[in-house]
Design a binder for this molecule. Structure first.
Ligand SMILES: [Zn+2]
Length: 284
């Protein structure tokens, strides 16, 4: 069920990004894959309609490996969203990427183990349609337009971002061992998180623009001495940076193109292939 509430930009992140907006409409959406992490919270930012989705649920009860990523992206598209910003907390794999670093990755590596990561798995939908075998290109997983908007927005707020880098996505919910962390770093990867995949891949399958903004909350185990990462430390650093990250997100929202003006590769994610299913359309 979709209410008559539409948005064209989605933000998947915590409640800190929308809870202070004046006029937010809670929209419950169901999908063929089950319910998303929570309701969508639709409001207006810089004259744009934005749907916020708390990735872990509003009370943060969903660990990264239990998030229904397929339902989340499907739900956003169901209300009209075509461009998605995905802020997330990560660990820094290099000493120079300390807490408070904002890194806008241009690549990711998937080291997750057990997540539903595609819409095209041959399973019939409740309406009887069957997704075909579709292989999307993910050579460049993030939207170039969205990345540029995010980088400009950060610089506009005197927060010099790291432009590019590789986000390695692990299954979690545990943090890495020192050996894993050193191995990730030795590969030349930049930051480690738990939610970047399959979010970006599913967005491409739905021909949505997806931009990842990673906030370093800790140095991963191999990059620091002491006892390694603690959950408390992650929460503390994230809370200390949520206000300025919200500012960057809102400025990026304002800078994103109108739907009709999108000309990036994301809009051709399926390459003209027939997916065999009808991608969600807003009911209006
Ligand atoms: Zn795009």
């Amino acid at each position: 069920m979709v209410n008559k509430v539409n948005a064209d930009i989605g933000v998947i992140g915590g409640s800190g990004f929308y809870s202070f907006l004046d006029d937010v409409t809670e929209v419950r959406v169901d999908t063929p894959y089950g319910p998303p992490s929570d309701s969508l919270f639709v409001g207006e930012v810089a004259g744009r309609r934005v749907a916020f989705l708390p990735r872990h649920g509003r009370d943060h009860h969903l660990p990264p490996h239990r998030i229904n990523y397929r339902a989340n992206l499907w739900a956003l598209r169901s209300v009209g969203v075509r461009q998605v910003l995905g802020p997330c907390a990560v660990g820094g794999l290099r000493p120079e990427y300390g807490p408070g670093t904002l890194l806008v990755p241009d690549q990711f590596v998937d080291r997750t183990a057990a997540r539903a990561a595609t819409y095209f798995d041959g399973t019939p939908l409740p309406d009887g349609t069957v997704p075909k075998v579709v292989h999307v290109s993910l050579a460049d997983p993030y939207c170039p337009t969205g990345r540029a908007a995010a980088l400009r927005a950060a610089r506009g707020r005197d927060w010099e971002p790291v432009d590019g880098g590789t986000l390695v996505v692990v299954e979690g919910p545990r943090f890495g061992t020192r050996a894993e962390s050193l191995w990730h770093r030795a590969q030349g990867w930049s930051v480690v998180g738990m939610t970047g995949h399959p979010e970006a891949a599913l967005a491409r399958e739905l021909e949505l623009c997806y931009t990842s903004l990673t906030l370093v909350t800790d140095l991963d185990a191999g990059a620091e001495t002491g006892e390694g990462v603690s959950h408390d430390e992650v929460l503390r650093v994230f809370a200390a940076n949520v206000d300025r990250l919200r500012g960057v997100l809102f400025d990026a929202v304002a800078a994103l193109p109108a739907d009709a003006e999108r000309d990036c590769l994301c809009t051709r994610g399926l390459g003209g292939m027939d997916p065999g299913i009808v991608l969600p359309q807003p009911l209006g």
